[in-house]
Write a new protein. Structure first.
Lengths: 368, 246, 372
């Protein structure tokens, strides 16, 4: 035991000697949370809008004023002809053009109808759609307010309630996703590369020849990462809760226990990867493409799983991260207990056992 | 003529003094040995002379050039083989030779001629298209040395060149070193194998960053009344004060 | 020149002998582009909703079938109480609840207006707001239809009939895939640039072969240039390969000049390669390098505007984007491919990247130490 502790201490010193790596391991979650919290928001705003007003009457001017003062749009200039639309789109000066025909005002007065055109640069389909929607809403509400006394019949009002995330903060989704990502990064990627490095440089052999048992060596290597991962998980939770006001509705003990389970799983995957790869580069590539990218892409972290083709949805079921995110989201944001997430927990447990068994088998055959 | 002249060389890493006021010179055409235990500061000296590391202070001339200002000119005139260096493992024997020859700006025709000659001498014609990673360590070392002097430098620096090689290969290796001196190449070699010191023309013994003594092996053995260089070294090491607390 | 050629020959041989290289060059783009383009899809479809219809009237049913009939929504069923619906939302079985109170139809007829309650799972804020937009659109449509149907005329005499006609240029079908595809191409090219060249250099440092080069008279710029050029070529090849996949896979339009695109890509690759080489000069092990590169890469991608337009970001983030090469190329590649923008449209970005490449390459070369 004493020998083992000495070995663990050596591994710790090894990690702490490299402040840059440590800095990144702790800086990454902070930066990502801030990015998602403030930068990568789903809100489309400050859309540059150009105006092509052939009518130039009080109504059209009023609409333009309403739109440019809404906060969603930024006035990008007046156009003289339809030909200029292509120009402003190609140069990126404007993303949407609001057009009033020559007879805009006269038609309102004589026929009580009006027609307004919105031309959007839809190369970014989502933003274009959102921009058009915003503009439509602003224009409609303008006319509605003008004709207040005459109420529109058969009107269905939609009252929306954003459950679990009233302010539509981007951070909510990120906290669970980020925990999953960082824990994979530290536990699986770092461990696998560290062990692969020892193998590559031949420093693993003296260790194997020492009286330390193989299991002790592996445990010694992973222990510091367990602690690092755990500290990081807690940091992310604290940041989310205190800086970004992400609610923590459910049980903290359950949350931490599930995190430990996931860390153990990631570590066993890391050890497994190092068992099957001989160089740092191959360990890196397997972790990057086998674990990191799927974690980011098909875990539901950034992109909703239900949008994906069925085959990818199946594939994502093989990823531990998918189940972990469901668990964390449930506990943190919805306050669900084990009664709701026992299935996911069992899946993670099963995966952990599987990878530990596989890793032990691989290592054994290598040692014999 | 002195091909290397070092006066009061000091190298510090923070507060640690790796080389403490070293003064020595190397004559053209000799085999100059640098002996010492691991961590005595041998490699540091060599790295400074090769221009890989900047000295803290001291006057140092290599091949007639100043190591502070004319590092790149020095590099044109030297060859270097380090303990770590093992050629490019994913290139073949022949490709490694051509790579380094090309780096020194040798002409293609000259390279091809000398390459054949070299491979014949090393008896490596058969394996010239094999990857370095597929040939044994001893062969690699011999090849690495040949590559280091392929461009006919004036000095070749060998940093623990025989580490981890079997005794027979080590002998062959030293024969190659002697061959090289016949071509007029000066050899500067560090080692911690004391028996190898016997092959050197002159030997510097370093203990804890200082030069403990410098002379021909014969004179050193006389001076310290020792049977072999190993005894010389042990006596010098014991004398050094700082040596004890390790 | 002869030295440079010698070094280049070495690098090219080593690159193609690396067993990981060919899959990286050929398989990775195919996998990444095909998988990513279908995953990185923020276009919502199959939003699953549960209905709590407490009115059970003709109009409420009409509303539900209108939702179900739209391409965005799938009505997964109907439950009697709100509590049951919330349990479904809680267990992630549905994305939203549509609640229609009893008296819906009555109110609509008598008071000319009625409320519908929407409860949306907004943990993923993007998803939540899109669901909101879509459902509003559909319900508005439904009420307009209802109005026409009931009154027989479109609001005439009572209110203005406002017609807002949107038209979507460059992408009338609002296909999100082509936009994403162009963005993923940038990621692909960047990966090649930043990771491969940097890992290559660091591994030479780690193995000690870099030191052997350092004792030779090889100039720093020669050594780094020889590391850079092969990856520059691979990067350009990758872009061409990716475009080809795009044309066949998602009907990626190529509206602008390919020559212009490749010229920008050339300069952009210089920047990313310079960045990679710079990172490798400040790292001593592959592990360290990989972490630093990964960190920068992820940050840059998220900020580049691949998912959300950079204009919508806060001002400080837009300022940071000034040093984010991805944000330049992300913008330019979409402009050229999707809109057919010409040189004068992208001139600012082009010159920006050009200055960037000079700076970062000088920094990388200046920072590479032959002597410690």
């Amino acid at each position: 035991m004493k020998r083992f502790l000495g070995f663990v201490r050596k591994e710790f010193r090894h990690i702490f000697r490299d402040p840059r790596t440590l800095g990144i391991l702790f800086g990454l979650p902070v930066v990502m949370i801030v990015l998602f919290g403030y930068v990568v928001s789903s809100d489309v705003k400050d859309i540059r809008i150009a105006i092509l007003d052939h009518s130039k009457d009080p109504t059209s001017r009023e609409i333009v004023r309403k739109i440019t003062s809404s906060g969603y749009f930024i006035y990008a200039g007046d156009l003289q002809s339809e030909k200029e639309i292509a120009e402003v789109f190609e140069s990126g000066e404007a993303k949407i053009v609001l057009m009033f025909g020559q007879d805009f005002e006269t038609r309102i007065k004589t026929e009580s109808t009006a027609s307004i055109r919105l031309v959007a640069d839809a190369s970014d389909a989502n933003s274009a759609q959102l921009a058009v929607n915003y503009a439509q809403a602003i224009i409609s509400s303008y006319f509605l307010s003008k004709s207040e006394e005459i109420s529109l019949p058969w009107q269905i009002n939609v009252k929306s309630r954003m459950m679990y995330n009233e302010e539509l903060s981007g951070v909510y989704m990120v906290v669970p996703g980020l925990m999953a990502l960082i824990l994979i990064l530290i536990s699986a990627l770092m461990t696998s590369v560290t062990i692969a490095r020892e193998k590559e440089f031949g420093t693993m052999e003296p260790l194997l020849a020492s009286p330390l048992k193989a299991i002790e060596i592996i445990l010694g290597k992973v222990t510091p990462y367990v602690l690092l991962s755990f500290v990081n998980a807690v940091t992310i939770i604290l940041l989310g809760v205190f800086v970004f006001h992400v609610p923590l509705v459910g049980s903290i003990a359950l949350l931490l226990a599930e995190s430990m389970l996931y860390i153990t799983l990631s570590l066993s995957i890391g050890v497994f990867i190092s068992a099957v790869s001989n160089t740092q580069q191959s360990a890196m590539m397997i972790s990057m493409f086998g674990l990191m990218l799927p974690t980011i892409l098909i875990s539901g972290f950034i992109f909703p799983i239900e949008n994906m083709p069925t085959i990818l949805q199946w594939f994502s079921a093989l990823m531990p991260v998918r189940w972990f995110i469901i668990i964390i989201k449930g506990i943190m944001l919805k306050g669900t207990g084990l009664a709701f997430v026992w299935k996911e927990t069992l899946i993670l447990l099963g995966m952990t056992l599987f990878f530990i068994l596989m890793a032990v088998r691989r290592f054994k055959t290598r040692l014999e | 003529m002195d091909i290397i002249r070092v006066k009061d060389l000091v190298k510090k890493f923070g507060s640690f003094v790796a080389n403490d006021h070293l003064t020595f010179h190397v004559e053209e055409g000799e085999i100059f040995g640098f002996l010492g235990a691991n961590g005595a500061g041998k490699t540091t000296v060599m790295r400074i002379l090769c221009g890989l590391s900047a000295p803290t202070s001291g006057e140092i001339m290599v091949a007639g050039y100043n190591v502070y200002k004319e590092r790149e000119k020095i590099k044109q005139n030297i060859g270097y083989m380090s303990q770590k260096f093992s050629l490019y493992e994913d290139l073949t024997v022949s490709e490694n030779i051509r790579l380094y020859a090309g780096i020194y700006g040798m002409r293609k025709k000259e390279i091809l001629n000398r390459e054949d000659e070299l491979l014949e001498r090393l008896k490596m014609e058969e394996i010239k298209n094999k990857f370095i990673r597929d040939i044994p360590l001893g062969w690699r070392q011999k090849l690495a040395f040949s590559v280091a002097i392929f461009h006919q430098p004036r000095i070749v620096f060998l940093d623990e060149p025989t580490g981890g090689v079997d005794p027979i290969t080590r002998r062959q290796f030293w024969e190659m070193i002697h061959e090289a001196t016949k071509e007029g190449i000066t050899v500067f070699v560090t080692t911690h194998y004391m028996d190898e010191a016997e092959y050197c023309d002159r030997v510097t013994i370093m203990v804890d960053g200082r030069i403990a003594d410098l002379d021909t092996p014969r004179k050193l053995k006389e001076k310290y009344n020792a049977k072999n260089m190993n005894e010389v070294f042990l006596k010098l090491a014991r004398k050094a004060k700082n040596g004890d607390d390790k | 020149m002869r030295v440079l050629l010698t070094l280049l020959r070495k690098e090219i041989k080593q690159i193609f002998r690396n067993r990981m290289m060919l899959p990286m060059i050929f398989v990775m783009p195919i996998v990444q582009l095909t998988v990513l383009v279908y995953t990185a899809n923020l276009e919502m479809s199959n939003i699953e909703v549960v209905v709590v219809d407490q009115d059970l009237s003709q109009y409420s049913r009409g509303l539900v079938s209108k939702l179900d009939g739209s391409p965005f929504f799938v009505v997964k069923g109907s439950v009697a109480s709100y509590e049951q619906a919330e349990a479904l939302l809680l267990s992630d079985d549905v994305d939203a609840i549509v609640q229609i109170y009893s008296g819906f139809e009555q109110n609509l007829i008598n008071e000319k207006e009625a409320d519908v309650q929407l409860i949306i799972n907004a943990i993923n804020a993007t998803e939540g707001s899109l669901i909101n937009v879509y459902s509003n659109m559909i319900i508005r449509d439904y009420s307009n239809n209802l109005r026409t149907e009931l009154s027989g005329f479109a609001g005439q005499g009572m209110a203005l009939n406002i017609e807002i006609i949107p038209s979507y240029w460059y992408n009338p079908l609002l296909d999100y895939k082509i936009y994403m595809f162009a963005g993923i191409l940038v990621i692909l090219v960047t990966m090649i640039g930043m990771f491969l060249s940097a890992l290559n250099l660091v591994s030479e440092k780690e193995l000690g072969t870099a030191e052997q080069i350092n004792v030779t008279p090889v100039k720093k710029y020669q050594f780094l240039l020889a590391k850079l050029l092969p990856f520059l070529m691979i990067g350009l090849f990758e872009l061409a390969f990716g475009l080809l996949i795009g044309v066949f896979l998602v009907d990626l339009p190529i509206r602008g000049s390919l020559l212009l695109l490749f010229s920008v890509a050339f300069v952009y690759l210089l920047v990313t390669l310079g960045l990679g080489l710079f990172l490798s000069t400040i790292s001593s092990t592959q592990q360290q390098m990989m972490l630093v590169a990964f960190f920068i890469w992820v940050t840059f991608i998220l900020m580049s505007g691949i998912f959300t337009p950079t204009e919508s970001m806060p001002v400080w983030a837009q300022k940071i984007n000034f040093i984010n090469p991805l944000s330049y190329f992300m913008r330019v590649i979409r402009m050229i491919l999707l809109k057919g923008s010409g040189f004068q449209d992208i001139a600012r970005d082009f010159y920006g990247l050009l200055i960037y490449s000079v700076l970062i390459l000088s920094l990388a070369i200046g920072n590479y130490r032959k002597t410690t």
